[in-house]
Design a protein around this ligand. Structure first.
Ligand code: NAD
Length: 495
């Protein structure tokens, strides 16, 4: 049984609701996870509130020491964390290790919190009056994360929130709850006081309880667009600061002058890595004619060599989907694509996986001649399905990308610097790659999409993360001089 982690220790909570956790490569239930009730969430927020009052006064030196110690533990145990991810998510071990690495980088960024929180000072803003700015923690903040990065997405927020002096209640995905629970245990081992980082497991009931609780000051959410919209609306209606990162439909534009081998490699890596269950996965290749025939042939040739199977077995490059229900949903899109008249160049339903027959398998699927009204184009499938849309010009490609309701990531493949520069200037997407298919920003930049891929105005980690988890204060001070001037009812101005 996977328990909550509250007040520095595992906690079963009072609710008797539970969920099943699967090993997606076998299709068998591997554990049960506790589902928090509204009352359980309230109990966790109470604990966090008490801890936040103390932790806000911890010196920057102390916070940094905890962060460095946590970084050491995480680095030393990265293989253990990757194994926990693979066992419940299904992604192959090397991919899970990559996720841990990207999370680790945010921890390293948070180790620089003394510099990141440093304010400004101006002497003599008025005669003998000084002004300085501070950024202070919010109190208790909630993080709600999706199944597809059970370690990295919590690590986008939690280290920065804690380093800024907040206490955190994390509600991870109920599909792969073990990795985030390990993070909380290891933070405790690193010397973080009890109650500063708490994990409550559960489903919509726990999420809504966090959104409604008056003691939660801010919410960082990552997940699908309908839930992101709900979280943003309900959280802001309750007076909270909310950043809600949503779904995606990421387009990769290939211009006629591109290196087609590079583009085909990138399309396969970014389309099928993690079985397409990445918010920055490429799901649409926009082939600007006359490259489409050649590009599709090169992508298809590469798919012949992609081995689908148990992520723990050497040589497997693509694992199963996270649950049987999700696999069935993705299969229904493959069927809908065929029915709508798209050409299934490679059909993943015929895959022979290197794994147990009960696993949630689907092989890579490549569709050509996809048109914008087909459901395989309009919907976020979140699986190993790559669609090729053929267009006649750069302008048509740009218009297609900009007409899409999502705006998370995009890429352009070209050897024309001028075209690439024009694209990065004109495209309405938050993260842009030039000959780079998955342009996930480093920890010291900020991660976030536009349009239906982000509700709120602050992106994750980097300076925007520090800003999100703190509020500004400006102090104006005068230490009295014997010459002070007496009563003045006028509005303060410079003098
Ligand atoms: P999801 O929206 O189903 O779940 C996300 C979280 O919300 C989970 O913790 C879940 O328990 C909770 N939740 C689910 N339904 C809810 C409801 N009705 N009310 C309240 N809470 C609810 O997402 P998922 O399937 O876990 O993750 C995949 C999605 O996340 C994809 O759409 C993907 O694009 C998106 N994603 C986006 C980013 C990004 O940075 N924009 C990153 C990773 C994943």
């Amino acid at each position: 049984m996977i328990n909550h982690f509250v007040g520095g220790a595992p906690w079963t909570g009072r609710s008797t609701r539970r969920g099943d956790v699967y090993d997606p490569a076998t299709g068998k239930v591997s554990a049960e996870v506790a589902f928090a009730s509204t009352a359980d969430v309230a109990a966790a927020v109470d604990v966090a509130t008490g801890a936040a009052r103390q932790w806000r006064d911890a010196s920057l030196a102390r916070r940094t020491a905890v962060m460095f110690a946590f970084r050491q533990l995480l680095h030393a145990r990265r293989d253990e964390l990757a194994a926990a991810i693979t066992a419940e998510h299904g992604k192959v071990l090397s991919d899970a290790a990559g996720e841990v690495q990207r999370g680790l980088e945010v921890v390293e960024y948070a180790c620089g919190i003394p510099t990141l929180l440093r304010g400004g000072f101006s002497e003599n803003v008025s005669t003998e009056v000084d002004s300085y700015s501070l950024r202070q923690p919010l109190g208790v903040v909630a993080v709600i994360s999706p199944f597809n990065f059970p370690a990295m997405v919590p690590l986008w927020f939690v280290p920065i929130a804690i380093a800024c002096g907040n206490a955190v209640v994390l509600k991870p995905s109920e599909k792969d709850p073990s990795a985030p629970t390990l993070l909380a245990q290891w933070f405790a081992e690193a010397g973080l006081p009890p109650g500063v980082f708490n994990v409550v497991h559960g489903d919509a009931e726990a999420v809504d309880a966090l959104l409604d609780h008056a003691g939660v000051r801010a919410v960082s959410f990552v997940g699908s667009t309908p839930v992101a919209r709900h979280v943003y609306q309900r959280g802001t209606a309750a007076g909270k600061r909310v950043q809600a990162l949503g779904g995606a439909k990421n387009h990769m534009v290939v211009l006629p002058d591109a290196d087609l081998d590079l583009a085909a490699d990138a399309a396969v890596s970014a389309g099928f890595g993690s079985a397409g269950e990445r918010c920055m996965a490429i799901s649409v290749v926009v082939a600007v004619e006359p490259v489409a025939d050649e590009l599709v042939a090169r992508i298809a040739a590469r798919l012949d060599g992609v081995r689908t199977g148990d992520g723990r077995r050497p040589g497997c490059e693509m694992g199963p989907l996270v649950t049987g229900a999700h696999r069935d949903r993705v299969v229904s899109y493959v069927k809908a694509g065929v029915d709508a008249g798209a050409t299934a160049v490679v059909d993943g339903r015929t895959v022979e996986p290197d794994g147990e027959p009960g696993g949630f398998w689907l092989g890579p699927t490549l569709f050509d001649h996809v048109t914008p009204e087909m459901s395989i184009y309009t919907d976020e499938i979140f699986g190993p399905v790559l669609s090729v849309v053929r267009v006649a010009s750069y302008d048509e490609a740009l218009a297609l990308v900009n007409a899409n309701p999502y705006g998370n990531g995009t890429a352009i493949f070209t050897n024309d610097g001028g075209a690439a520069r024009r694209f990065q200037h004109e495209v309405e997407v938050g993260m842009v790659g030039v000959n780079v298919p998955i342009p996930v920003p480093m920890a010291y930049f900020s991660f976030g999409g536009w349009k239906a891929s982000l509700f709120g105005d602050t992106h994750a980690h980097g300076r925007e993360g520090v800003h999100f988890f703190t509020r500004g204060k400006v102090v104006t001070s005068r230490w009295l001089d014997p010459r002070h001037g007496g009563v003045n009812l006028g509005f303060p101005t410079q003098s």
